[in-house]
Design a protein around this ligand. Structure first.
Ligand SMILES: [Zn+2]
Length: 163
């Protein structure tokens, strides 16, 4: 028997003021687009903005449904849009932000993709190349993850279907 360990490191910024101009612009767009989310049930508005390899910016928001499990997260809405418009283009960086419209919340802590989105992000990376993630809220600290797949170690991939 032997033990294996998994770890990764990521950058933590105090605010968008410490980011380079490209990343700061992406954060600004993710925060802005979150207000266009369709989240009448949770009132948890999520926005994502991605810089693609061709320089295009694609955005996504969460799309809730009265049948709750039908809900689509902002990250997957974004990737579906990106892959539909530019099927052969990868995403360099995706910024994800949110505005919790519920009372007594301040949306100032970075959010992280849910498990289902992590699986979808890994597939998108496998299809193209690694993707940086910028995790933020309306204000406060910002996390920059070098590769989305680092959030899902030992992930299930297409190659597993051929084993
Ligand atoms: Zn999700």
């Amino acid at each position: 028997m032997m033990k294996e360990a998994y770890s990764f490191s990521f950058d933590v910024y105090e605010s968008e003021d410490e980011l380079n101009a490209t990343d700061a612009a992406l954060v600004k767009q993710a925060r802005a687009i979150s207000e266009q989310a369709y989240a009448p049930y949770s009132k948890f508005f999520v926005g994502a903005a991605a810089l693609m390899d061709n320089g295009s910016i694609i955005t996504g928001t969460n799309q809730e449904n009265a049948s709750y499990p039908v809900t689509l997260c902002a990250e997957r809405a974004l990737m579906a849009a990106a892959a539909s418009v530019y099927p052969n283009i990868g995403i360099k960086t995706m910024a994800i932000s949110y505005h919790n419209h519920n009372k007594n919340t301040n949306s100032n802590t970075p959010i992280s993709p849910c498990g289902m989105c992590r699986q979808s992000l890994v597939e998108f990376e496998t299809r193209h190349h690694v993707m940086r993630l910028i995790l933020t809220g309306l204000s406060g600290k910002i996390y920059v993850i070098p590769e989305a797949g680092q959030l899902l170690p030992l992930s299930f991939k297409g190659e597993n279907l051929r084993m």
